[in-house]
Design a protein around this ligand. Structure first.
Ligand SMILES: Cc1cc2nc3c(=O)[nH]c(=O)nc-3n(C[C@H](O)[C@H](O)[C@H](O)COP(=O)(O)OP(=O)(O)OC[C@H]3O[C@@H](n4cnc5c(N)ncnc54)[C@H](O)[C@@H]3O)c2cc1C
Length: 414
């Protein structure tokens, strides 16, 4: 008998959500993370790394015990999205209410969300159970046999469980240990991030302009500032990170074409390499990959961690169903269904995001692109289909993303 049902490797946004949900569903969970709870304080300025989280992700995070904590701290819901072609006439506008949504998404600092998830790990689960946390602790080896999985930490401790889930990010050690290959390529672009204040406050709009080097996004923050993600060819991004503040603000002002007036101030800047990777499978025996360990997509549609949180919800739904029907958690047929479910969903989103990026690359024809954008903007059906998927509420969305609670999932009264 294994002491744990599941070992979760990686306590980032994806792994910490999984550990919380599994513990709340009554599973015995070990969580290992190299870093531990991030420091976050509302006295600090807004962090550089933020995520646009879909309503589906918010529902999952509510069940994980983190969403109320985030909402009590700092967040910015948005109900409008504007996408324009900076090289042509195309324009797309989305609003939540006409499509029956309260919100299109919520901007949250990654460190705040992680801190809230780590705080939620201390809440007692059904029989007072909580995940057992090993942090800071780095995983050195992962092995499996017919009886279970064996996770060896760098200090020599071994954690044994029925399943091991790798949520250890894009450089996943678990993925390598499980021998899971896949395809990966670099866009030769970096995403430059910074917090920016313009002469007029951001009115709560997620704004994006496609430029020859890549899209420039202004995402709304609660105090009227914007968090920008500016995709640029790698050298240009590095030059702009190093540029003096005045030059940077001038170039950003020109690239944003005067939207909300002039750039008044900019905080620290950083740039992250952008690539796409897709695991050839997410399950190898008793080892499972989720989040960036399994897949990575270009941030232009803000889907990366949203996909990871949908993976989490789908796995929890699968494992609860297995337990309810008395099937072993590592049952190959059930895990194969989970694998197909999540890989098909990810492949579709990653392909769509990749195609959108390609449409705006230099050399792509501006006229058909503008016509296409106008066609989508004029079509209720296309915009609704797009919005429901972006909201994490598409036809294959897991039940937790649709608002089902953990007790309901487990068949108990809420
Ligand atoms: C510029 C930019 C903007 C983005 N914007 C958005 C957005 O708006 N919306 C969105 O949905 N996504 C966005 N993303 C994507 C999103 O940031 C990622 O998908 C997300 O961070 C992945 O989370 P994760 O928990 O899977 O992995 P990670 O955040 O990489 O976490 C991995 C965890 O594993 C731990 N770990 C690693 N190795 C080990 C080991 N050997 N032993 C123990 N622990 C280990 C680490 O300490 C870490 O805590 C953006 C990405 C970029 C680059």
């Amino acid at each position: 008998m294994n002491p744990f049902d599941v070992t979760v490797v990686g306590g980032g946004m994806v792994g910490a959500t999984l550990a919380n949900l599994l513990a709340r569903a009554g599973f015995a969970v070990a969580l290992v993370d190299a870093a531990g709870r991030p420091a976050w304080s509302d006295a600090d300025p807004v962090g550089l790394r933020v995520s646009a989280l879909s309503p589906g992700s918010a529902a999952v995070l509510t069940q994980a015990g983190a969403w109320d904590r985030v909402r009590a701290a700092r967040h910015c819901p948005y109900r409008r999205m504007h996408v324009e072609d900076g090289q042509g006439e195309g324009l797309l506008e989305f609003e939540a209410a006409p499509f029956g949504l309260d919100l299109l998404g919520t901007l949250v600092e990654n460190d705040l969300l992680c801190a809230a998830l780590w705080d939620a790990l201390g809440d007692p689960g059904p029989q007072g159970t909580r995940p057992e946390v090993f942090a800071p602790a780095r995983v050195a080896e992962v092995a499996q046999d017919a009886a279970g999985t064996h996770c060896t930490l760098e200090d020599g401790q071994v954690i044994t469980a029925g399943l091991l889930v790798g949520c250890d990010g894009p450089g996943s050690r678990v993925r390598r240990a499980a021998g899971i290959g896949g395809s990966a390529w670099s866009y030769n672009q970096h995403g430059l991030v910074a917090v920016v204040r313009k002469s007029r406050p951001n009115p709560g709009v997620a704004w994006q302009r496609f430029l020859p080097g890549g899209p420039l996004a202004f995402l709304p923050l609660s105090d009227g500032a914007s968090s920008i993600v500016w995709t640029l060819p790698t050298r240009e991004a590095q030059a702009l990170v190093a540029a003096d503040e005045h030059d940077f603000m001038e170039q950003l002002g020109a690239a944003s074409d005067g939207w909300l007036g002039r750039v008044d101030s900019v905080g620290p800047r950083a740039a992250f390499p952008l690539g796409m990777h897709l695991g050839e499978r997410y399950v190898a025996g008793r080892v499972i990959l989720l989040g960036d360990a399994a897949h990575g997509v270009h941030p232009l549609a803000g889907q990366g961690v949203n996909l990871g949180l949908a993976d989490v919800a789908a796995l929890v739904e699968t494992l609860v169903a297995q337990r309810s029907s008395g099937v072993d958690l590592a049952d190959p047929r059930a895990l194969a269904r989970f694998d197909r479910w999540r890989r098909s969903e990810t492949a579709m989103i990653a392909g769509g995001v990749h195609a959108i990026g390609a449409l705006f690359r230099p050399g792509a024809l501006a006229l058909p692109r503008s016509l296409g954008m106008r066609l989508v903007n004029g079509s209720w059906t296309l915009r609704e289909a797009f919005l429901r998927r972006a909201a994490g509420l598409g036809p294959n969305a897991p039940r937790l993303a649709r608002g089902v609670t953990i007790p309901e999932l487990a068949g108990a009264p809420a």
